[in-house]
Design a protein around this ligand. Structure first.
Ligand code: AMP
Length: 120
C-alpha cells in the first residue's frame, strides 16, 4: 500500500489539524487519542511516512526504529504509567484483519487502569 499524504496523522504532523500533544522530538510525535478507550489512551507516531509496522521495519533507518521505541519509554514516564507506576499496554493494528483505520504507523499506549483481556 502506498502512503497517503492526506491521512489524518499526516495532517497532525503538518500542524493542519490540532491534537493534544504529549511529547515530540525529531523522530516522533505523541498525542492523546481523540476517542480514548481507556483512562489513558495515547498514540505515538513516527515523523516519517510509513503506512504500518511492516513498512516501517522494511524502510526506516535503524536510528528511526530505535528512537521510535525509545520514545515509548519516555512517554510512559511523562504519563506516569511506567512499569514502576502501574504499567501499560502497547498495541499496533496492522491492515484489514488487524483493524487499522489510519494508514500512518501508530502505536496505541493504554494505561491508568487495568487494561483487561488482551484480545476481545
Ligand atoms: P487504528 O484503528 O489502530 O488505525 O487507530 C486509529 C486511532 O486514531 C483511533 O483510536 C482513533 O480514535 C484515533 N484518531 C482518529 N483521528 C484522530 C485525531 N484527529 N486525533 C487523535 N486521535 C485520532
Amino acid at each position: 500500500m502506498s502512503y497517503d499524504k492526506n491521512n489524518i496523522f499526516a495532517k497532525i504532523l503538518r500542524g493542519e489539524i490540532p491534537c493534544k500533544k504529549v511529547y515530540e522530538n525529531e523522530y516522533v510525535m505523541s498525542f492523546h487519542d481523540i476517542k480514548p478507550q481507556k483512562k489513558i489512551h495515547v498514540l505515538v507516531i513516527p515523523r516519517g511516512e510509513y503506512v504500518d509496522l511492516d513498512d516501517f521495519t522494511t524502510k526506516a533507518s535503524d536510528k528511526e526504529i530505535v528512537e521510535f521505541h525509545k520514545a515509548i519509554t519516555h512517554i510512559v514516564k511523562i504519563l506516569k504509567i511506567s512499569n514502576q507506576e502501574g504499567g501499560y499496554r502497547v498495541l499496533s493494528n496492522t491492515g484489514k484483519d488487524g483493524g487499522q483505520e489510519v494508514s500512518h504507523l501508530h502505536y496505541h499506549i493504554f494505561g491508568g487502569e487495568q487494561i483487561g483481556k488482551m484480545v476481545v
